[in-house]
Design a protein around this ligand. Sequence first.
Ligand code: GRG
Length: 304
Amino acid sequence: VSDPSLTPSTFDFKSYMLEKAISVNNALDTAVSLGDPIKIQESMRYSLLAGGKRIRPILSIAACELLGGHESTAMPSACAVEMIHTMSLMHDDLPFMDNDDLRRGKPTNHKVYGENVAVLAGDAMLALAFHLVATKTKGVSSAQVVRILVELAKASGAQGLIAGQIVDVCSEGDSNLGLKDLEFIHRNKTAALLEVSVVMGAILGGGNEEQVEKLRKYARCIGLLFQVVDDILDVTKSSKQLGKTAGKDLVADKTTYPKLIGIHKSKQFAHKLNKEAIDQVVGFDSDKAAPLIAMADYIAFREN
Ligand code: GRG
């Protein structure tokens, strides 16, 4: 989409992601221990520990550390946001939603445990996420904990994730869907959880209002960027495939940025969002901002 030249060249993003993902995976493993009733715990662990890039928890930790906070302070809320992300995928995969058989390279939760268990395990994970934040966040004031709980509830509910999902579900097959509707879906379905990840980290790191709002803007930009790039990749991947598959149309008939504004303008928009995101973190300590800059570039330049 553009040049990833704004990332400090000395920063090793791949190692950073690997190292942070290991910490997050260990914390998630501890947070959902095997206990009674075994069926629900197994089902929760199956999806939660199935891999995933851990973008949201890592963003939370990076925002907290940017402001001088510690990884351990951000870890409960980082795990909570990954739990909510995972449970939303489990519910999205169900036959009456997106009906998917595979997730993170494995059979979906309901394929292994049944639809009834997958619904309950998702519900349990949602509750556990809030329990974890409320009981395990240490080293900050109760006011900060309440504030992040409010942010997390808003991002997960009918003013966030669910708002995006309901509009998406109800507009399936609607050929009149416009740019505004598309942006609404993405801002809520995808960007809301990315935004709250960063905002919770910023609050726990002790950020002032101005810092929290700058980082919120950073996260909103990368949230929308994530989806614009997804749409662009849908087109570019499919056109590569088309050459190999004798004209089989692999592009699903859904409303996307390239469909509404064309591929060129979609790429320009992605470039603008990437730059706008990076602009928000320019005034911070440049070494500590490196992970957030690299994350924006990673989202912009990924190939799948
Ligand atoms: C009850 C809170 C609640 C939610 C249920 C089903 C539903 C509402 C929402 C579905 C939302 C959904 C499927 C959003 C897509 C988000 C997205 C961009 C997924 C891909 O994220 P990655 O690439 O995936 O970070 P990994 O697997 O790496 O974590």
